[in-house]
Design a protein around this ligand. Structure first.
Ligand code: HEM
Length: 177
């Protein structure tokens, strides 16, 4: 009986560990430029998961005004056991910089990351409205422009993407136009 009970407890611990390592469950999914982006809005928070066949960075961006300018970007890569995730802001059409370097704040929370079989997956949360001028305000029920891109097989946030996808989405309903 004791053995059965300790077996059951071990099973439960493994089950919880595996499932919490996978992060949140997501309500919606979109794909573009080789990136799959899954998300859910929970109160004031966006839970996101991005995945691409790359050994470099994978990223999602919100509400750029022109090319990359004015957009709020979350980029992440996995280097060994290190999960590097940053928040950038599009300062020019073809440039973006780290929020903190611009005088803003870091508002991304890393939930997890992995690089398996050449696929990089990053899970994170961000507030819909961080209050940082170098983030955009995300309206859960309005129209949000979502951009997706991934980098070449290099763990560097300076390495350029080859393609990008731009879509208009309602973050609450998941409707993509
Ligand atoms: C990591 C460093 C990055 C570099 C060096 C870079 C570089 C560039 C360059 C040079 C362009 C202009 C391309 C052209 O005019 O043909 C561009 C455009 C663009 N990039 Fe990036 N980029 C980076 C990251 C990102 C990320 C993370 C995203 C989104 C997740 C993104 C989304 C876009 C979009 C939406 C455009 C505009 C494309 C258009 O106008 O049709 N970029 N990027």
């Amino acid at each position: 009986m004791k053995k059965l009970l300790s077996g059951l407890i071990t099973f439960l611990i493994c089950f919880v560990a595996i499932h919490s390592a996978q992060g949140a469950s997501y309500d919606h999914e979109m794909k573009g430029a080789g990136v799959t982006f899954s998300w859910k809005v929970d109160g004031d928070t966006l839970h996101g998961k991005m995945s691409a066949k790359t050994k470099g960075w994978v990223a999602v961006g919100f509400n750029p005004v022109e090319q990359m300018q004015g957009g709020n970007y979350i980029l992440g890569y996995v280097d060994g056991s290190d999960v590097e995730v940053v928040g950038h802001f599009g300062t020019r059409k073809i440039n973006h910089d780290l929020d903190e370097e611009l005088g803003g704040t870091s508002d991304v929370t890393v939930v997890g990351g992995s690089e398996k079989g050449g696929t990089t997956t990053i899970e994170f949360t961000i507030p819909l409205n961080s209050g940082d001028e170098y983030d955009t305000v995300l309206e859960a029920d309005g129209e949000t422009t979502v951009v997706l891109a991934h980098g070449p097989p290099r763990d560097s946030f300076k390495a350029r993407h080859r393609k990008q996808a731009i879509m208009k989405v309602n973050l609450s309903t998941g409707e993509v136009q």
